[in-house]
Design a binder for this molecule. Structure first.
Ligand code: FVH
Length: 303
């Protein structure tokens, strides 16, 4: 029996991630057309069967599904604009990092040109694409997503988050915030431990064990945020604010910049000053969430 015919697809953008996505589509048997501003980046893909287009319009015309993976939303808009006459009838899946508002605006722009739009957020590094740990979040055009779900599964688990085109982006950025918090904590801790003369490699297993234990707290903290009952489970903010000063003092003594930690201290102090001293860390979510137009609290600044 012959293999089922795969529909033709296109990838716009052959950075590290775009190349991984194009490779996954080729491996899944899709006739794959690629385009990149800098032509040299398509050489290896051409060697494994990709068609290389000379312009965004030529690339879009060749694929029923157009996967976009460019630097940012501004570049995406510029590249899609060049391809606008070829967009009608296509499904555009934008995997470029962006804000929820950018995703909603692009959805309007794409659908106004007769194409379907799905926004996506890739929760994986390029080497993970096509492997078991890769997760890609999607939202926007549901019919388009369902139509292409099996193809998109070539990248990793394809998780649907609803018809708001901005939904995938807000999850993506929130997950990145969690990741940067974790990495920021690790980097600061490692700077302290190295300043104390301990090699990072010796410290890493200890910090991994500690963070793994602390990850177990997250479900209870999330439940506290949802219920509004922040009992702190034996670790009051008053106690934590008092101890945090020692962390900053030790950094001073070690010659380590405490810039990543000071906002946490400020937030703890603000929470205590507002009468939350006997509550737990989960109450800080209420202080951080000032509303879309809310002015930042005294301890924080907006982006
Ligand atoms: N790599 C990662 O770990 C993350 C994982 C999660 C998702 N992100 C997002 O994916 C988008 C692309 O990321 P990337 O890693 O492929 O990034 P680069 O290797 O820097 O490739 C950038 C591509 O964008 C093209 N490009 C840049 N500026 C322009 C422009 N003015 N006109 C046309 N194309 C442009 C660039 O082309 P070139 O420099 O090779 O000519 C690359 O194709 C991104 O949103 C991540 O946040 C990756």
């Amino acid at each position: 029996m012959s293999a089922p015919r795969r529909r033709p697809v296109t990838v716009l953008g052959l950075g590290v991630m775009g190349r991984a996505l194009a490779s996954a589509l080729l491996a899944a048997g899709h006739p794959t057309t690629v385009w990149n501003r800098t032509p040299g980046r398509s050489a290896a893909l051409a060697g494994t069967g990709a068609n290389v287009a000379g312009s965004p319009a030529e690339a879009v015309a060749a694929g029923e599904l157009v996967v976009v993976c460019l630097l940012d939303d501004e570049v995406t808009r510029r590249v899609l604009d060049e391809a606008a006459p070829a967009l009608a009838g296509r499904t555009v899946v934008d995997l470029t990092n962006g804000t929820p508002e950018q995703a909603r605006r692009l959805a309007e722009w794409v659908t106004a040109r007769g194409a379907r739009h799905v926004d996506g957020g890739i929760m994986a590094v390029p080497a993970m694409i096509g492997g078991p740990g890769a997760l890609v979040l999607y939202s926007g055009g549901q019919d388009a997503f369902l139509d292409w779900r099996d193809t998109l599964a070539a990248f990793g688990e394809a998780r649907w988050l609803g018809t708001d085109p901005g939904r995938a982006a807000v999850y993506d950025l929130a997950l990145l915030a969690a990741m940067y918090g974790l990495f920021g904590g690790f980097l600061h801790a490692t700077a302290m431990i190295r300043a104390a003369g301990v090699p990072a490699g010796e410290f890493a297993p200890m910090v991994t064990g500690w963070l793994t234990a602390m990850l177990g707290e997250l479900p209870a903290m999330a439940a506290a945020v949802d219920s509004g009952t922040h009992d702190g489970d034996g670790s009051s903010l008053r106690m934590q604010a008092a101890g945090f000063g020692n962390l900053l003092a030790a950094c001073r003594d070690l010659g380590v910049d405490a810039g990543l930690m000071r906002p946490v201290r400020d937030l703890l102090d603000e929470a205590v000053a507002r009468g939350h001293g006997e509550e737990g860390l989960s109450v800080l979510v209420d202080l951080l969430h000032t509303g879309a137009t809310g002015s930042p609290g005294t301890a924080r600044s907006s982006g």
